[in-house]
Design a protein. Structure first.
Lengths: 247, 337
């Protein structure tokens, strides 16, 4: 079981230098969030509002221009396996088999747990593809492997950067449930960027609506739904509320 | 139906051949026998122009070659008819025309040299004469081959190792690239053989000098290829690895090098061909051992059959080396297919 965690984003701003023109753009500004484990948070907003930037800041791949991000009162200074990330592209290592891709994190620490890897492969239903190379997988299968690779290290935070963006509608709905199941098992803090408002409501406990130029939090909505029925009245109300905010 | 392997599926989807086409395949696969017989008849029944010692040796060579072919053919027909696996049958059916051409070439060559002297002896010896000289002088040839291989692999190994180190550092660090890149750029277009006369004067030992020359060419191509491969690594691979807990060392050995592996192997293949060239030139110009030396030495004694023997051995050895490298490459890059 995962220990309690506290992720705090204190007044985060991030600006980028534009390479071609002599100016800077502010990607996000004044972001404040307090998150804890057991939450599934979705970031929604128009393209270019800095959703992905927030994820990358939390992951430690980039640093805020001002403000601080703390995990259990410690600054996040570099990426660690405690904060796993799944990207829109599966980015599987093409030279490793499915099995070795999933075991990559363990291999690095020299703590390979074969049983755990095999269990994970069974869980994502790719038992027959264990020794195949990523080239032989479909988009959905590859993304499942990427998810398994991130989750097998039992991260405290799981960052999902439009993980289902490149999938067809049917695979997408299946994968939403699979991600939810994995998240329920680990009870980690999941933070997902998505374009799809229904997906956000369906999966999350919290939806963060973000504005553009620069990216600011417009509202944080707690999703309280008994059953996640996409056609229910409450579901529609959440959807309309978010759509209104994004207008 | 769901448990088909890839091979089975391919077989099902392949177009069936009709009887005429099958008969044609069998005809082609048996053509080398006719060509081989032709070579034998030509050798036995046309009058020689020159004296031909141990004339049966050439026949033994033909016999051995056709026997090896027969073994493979029997095996592939067995696989085809009993195991219903046509891969090796198709492979030999596709090779058969070339084998025919080789036998025809041998026949023609024998006619032009031994039988008529149109290609004049001793400048161009016939095959049986070359076989005789190989058997007679096998000790020297063997020692020369081993000397060449020792020089080749020593130089190659040093070149690959230093090239990998340079390439990795240059691909990874901009500071190191700043200092090394110009050197590579200036040295790049100059064939390493250019330095041989200089090295032969400066180097304290000819062997050491030759090793240096061979490794220089290999170092160059491996460095450039590795550097290109590593500096082109897709940044997202680094990011994924970092979020999985990879340290800088892991990024180099578990991400950058595997990613650059196709480039590195490309460079190693290039390096091998440059190493073979340098080896030959070094041996012909200065080193007093090896097949290159054997060629110039026998040429200076006007024993052209020895020269031909050495050339043939070089062809075989270098081809084997290239084949070995290719096997290693296919194994390491199996994820690409």
């Amino acid at each position: 079981m995962i220990k309690n965690i506290e992720l705090k984003l204190n007044n985060i701003s991030k600006s980028f230098v534009k390479i071609d023109v002599d100016s800077i753009t502010q990607a996000v500004s004044n972001i404040n969030m307090d998150l804890t484990n057991g939450e599934f948070v979705s970031l929604v907003g128009p393209s270019g509002c800095g959703k992905s930037t927030i994820l990358r800041l939390i992951s430690g791949l980039i640093y805020p221009t001002s403000g601080s991000i703390t995990l259990n009162n410690e600054n996040i200074v570099k990426p660690t396996e405690k904060i796993a990330m799944v990207f829109q592209k599966p980015t599987l290592f093409p030279w490793l088999t499915v099995r070795d891709n999933i075991g990559f994190g363990m291999k690095i620490k020299n703590k390979i747990d074969d049983i755990k890897i095999d269990k994970m492969i069974e869980l994502i239903g790719l038992g027959d593809f264990k020794y195949d190379y990523p080239k032989q997988l479909s988009g959905g299968m590859a993304q499942r492997v990427a998810l398994a690779r991130a989750i097998i290290n039992e991260p405290e935070i799981l960052l999902l950067d439009e993980p289902l963006g490149a999938l067809d509608a049917f695979t997408r709905m299946n994968m939403q449930d699979e991600i939810l199941n994995m998240w329920k098992k680990t009870k980690c803090l999941a933070i997902m960027v998505t374009h799809d408002i229904e997906e956000a409501i369906y999966m999350s406990t919290k939806v963060v609506v973000i504005n553009k130029n620069p990216g600011r939090i417009k509202r944080i909505i707690d999703v309280k739904l008994e059953n996640r029925d996409r056609n229910s009245k409450e579901f529609m109300e959440y959807k309309n509320e978010i759509l209104d905010l994004l207008k | 139906m769901d448990n088909l392997t890839k091979e089975q599926l391919l077989k099902i989807e392949k177009k069936k051949k009709n009887n005429l086409e099958i008969a044609f395949d069998y005809l082609i696969i048996f053509l080398p026998y006719i060509a081989c017989l032709l070579a034998v008849f030509e050798y036995l029944f046309i009058k020689n122009k020159y004296q031909n010692d141990f004339m049966y040796r050439y026949l033994i060579l033909l016999l051995i070659s056709i026997s090896i072919y027969t073994i493979f053919i029997i095996k592939s027909i067995y696989l085809l008819l009993v195991k219903n696996d046509d891969n090796s049958f198709i492979k030999y059916r596709n090779r058969a025309p070339w084998i025919v051409v080789i036998y025809l070439f041998l026949t023609l060559f024998d006619y032009l040299t031994l039988k008529t002297g149109i290609l004049m002896y001793p400048f161009i010896p016939w095959v049986n004469d070359i076989i005789n000289i190989i058997i007679e002088d096998y000790k020297n040839l063997l020692i020369s081959t081993l000397y060449s291989l020792r020089l080749l692999f020593l130089g190659y190994a040093i070149g690959v190792l230093t090239g990998l180190i340079t390439g990795i550092f240059c691909g990874y660090s901009k500071k190191i690239r700043y200092w090394i890149n110009p050197i590579l750029k200036i040295l790049g277009p100059i064939p390493t053989a250019t330095w041989i006369p200089l090295i032969m004067i400066v180097a304290t030992s000819l062997f050491g000098g030759a090793v240096f020359i061979i490794s220089l060419g290999v170092w160059f191509s491996v460095s450039v290829a590795t550097m290109t491969g590593i500096s082109n690594v897709d940044i997202s691979f680094y990011e994924v690895a970092k979020t999985l807990g990879a340290k800088d060392v892991d990024l180099v050995f578990k991400v950058a090098i595997p990613y650059a592996m196709p480039n590195i192997l490309q460079g190693m293949t290039q390096g091998m061909s440059s190493a073979c060239i340098s080896l030959m030139i070094a041996e012909m110009l200065g080193v007093k051992a090896g097949l290159g030396w054997y060629i110039t030495w026998s040429q200076s004694w006007a024993s052209y059959n020895k020269m031909f023997a050495a050339i043939i051995i070089i062809c075989i050895v270098f081809n084997l080396v290239a084949k070995l490298l290719d096997k290693i490459k296919n194994y390491l890059l199996r994820w690409q297919n």
